[in-house]
Design a protein around this ligand. Structure first.
Ligand code: CA
Ligand code: CA
Length: 213
């Protein structure tokens, strides 16, 4: 067989092999795509879950209607580390954020003696956080140290809280219900210019000392 014919046969075999492999490669690639990051977890303090079941179920549906997937979790664990581990576990499912409803774990951070609530602890899923940072090795439940570890210092997800229990009201259950009902109430775009107009009329009348409408 001539050398040129051998080269031609090899080329043909290569083309057949590549043609047969590409579809399997594409199928396999599409099968290993990471989940779309649109997953929201809605944590609810387990002690208020039953009373607010219908409102929170509606809230979940509102979240889904905005293009997310969502789960409700009745949570009764006070550990900031266990809550964070649950968020870390969910990140591989496409978690983009979490809503914390009711009294749920609050991380605190001590920066040069200034102590503050720190939801950033729950947002930064791959950074390193530590309680008892030398030279003050005080393991008191208040975080003292943060570095990037094998990840980075930035947030991977967002955290939101809904909790009226810090307010000077007595009927928290009603406050939750009122909030979720307001949140579900649609603002129709057709009415929006009228709302803006109403706002400005009220403001101007207030400035003039008139009676607001
Ligand atoms: Ca500490
Ligand atoms: Ca990070």
């Amino acid at each position: 067989m001539k050398k040129s014919n051998k080269i031609l046969i090899v080329l043909v075999l290569c083309i057949i092999f590549i043609g047969a492999t590409i579809p399997f490669t594409l199928i396999n690639f599409s099968g290993t795509q990471p989940p779309q990051p649109n997953y929201v977890r809605i944590y609810v303090n387990s002690t208020i879950y039953d009373q607010l079941y219908s409102e929170i179920t509606q809230y979940k549906q509102d979240v889904i209607n905005q293009g997310y997937t969502a789960d409700i979790i009745a949570w009764s664990n006070n550990s900031i580390y266990d809550l964070k581990q649950d968020l870390i576990n969910s990140y591989s499912q496409g978690l983009v954020g979490a809503v914390l409803i009711g009294q749920l774990p609050i991380a605190q951070f001590d920066y040069l003696g200034s102590i503050f609530a720190c939801d950033f602890f729950f947002m930064d899923l791959d950074g390193f956080w530590f309680d008892a940072n030398p030279p003050i090795p005080l393991n008191d439940g208040i975080l003292d140290y943060h570095d990037n570890s094998t990840g980075d210092l930035y947030p991977e997800i967002w955290i939101g809280r809904i909790n009226p229990e810090c307010l000077t009201i007595t009927n928290y259950t009603q406050a939750y219900k009122d909030y979720f009902n307001r949140n579900h109430m649609p603002i129709e775009l057709a009415h929006f210019p009228a709302l803006i107009k109403h706002y400005y009329i009220s403001m101007i009348r207030g400035l003039d000392g008139g009676v607001s409408i």
